[in-house]
Design a protein around this ligand. Structure first.
Ligand SMILES: Cc1cc2nc3c(=O)[nH]c(=O)nc-3n(C[C@H](O)[C@H](O)[C@H](O)COP(=O)(O)OP(=O)(O)OC[C@H]3O[C@@H](n4cnc5c(N)ncnc54)[C@H](O)[C@@H]3O)c2cc1C
Length: 101
């Protein structure tokens, strides 16, 4: 990546971070039209699309903490996976009726 592209990337990243929505705690008895569990790839996309409807009130619940700058660097993923706050070490198993081809 050239120096200019790197600087642009860092600048965009900082701008995005400054716009980040801060954590909010729902008020007691507050009601929502949609509750989206997890702000991962799928949940964040669904919540973002729903938020385009102005009449709709959405609660997005995420268990993890805010991303860090290093999470944007793919080669650092193996190192980050050693952190138990990031890698929850969930083991996936194949369903018993699955056939590998
Ligand atoms: C190192 C790495 C590199 C990858 N690179 C690519 C790539 O280049 N291109 C690509 O297409 N895919 C890539 N993938 C795969 C891609 O990241 C996943 O397929 C995708 O993120 C899955 O989306 P998801 O919404 O199902 O889950 P996730 O994005 O994992 O989201 C799940 C969310 O649920 C939250 N959560 C879990 N439990 C709870 C709970 N009880 N309450 C609330 N929140 C909870 C988690 O904190 C997490 O934020 C990569 C994956 C890894 C690990």
């Amino acid at each position: 990546m050239s120096k200019n592209k790197t600087l642009n990337f860092l600048e965009q990243n900082q701008r995005f971070r400054n716009q980040e929505v801060s954590d909010m705690i729902p008020q007691y008895n507050e009601t929502f039209d949609f509750i989206v569990i997890s702000a991962g790839t799928a949940g964040a996309a669904i919540a973002a699309r729903l938020s385009e409807i102005s009449e709709v009130k959405i609660l997005l619940i995420e268990a993890g903490f805010h991303e860090s700058f290093f999470m944007d660097i793919p080669t650092i993923a193996p190192i980050l996976s050693l952190d138990s706050n990031i890698n929850w070490n969930t083991k996936l198993g194949l369903p018993t009726n699955t056939v590998l081809v």
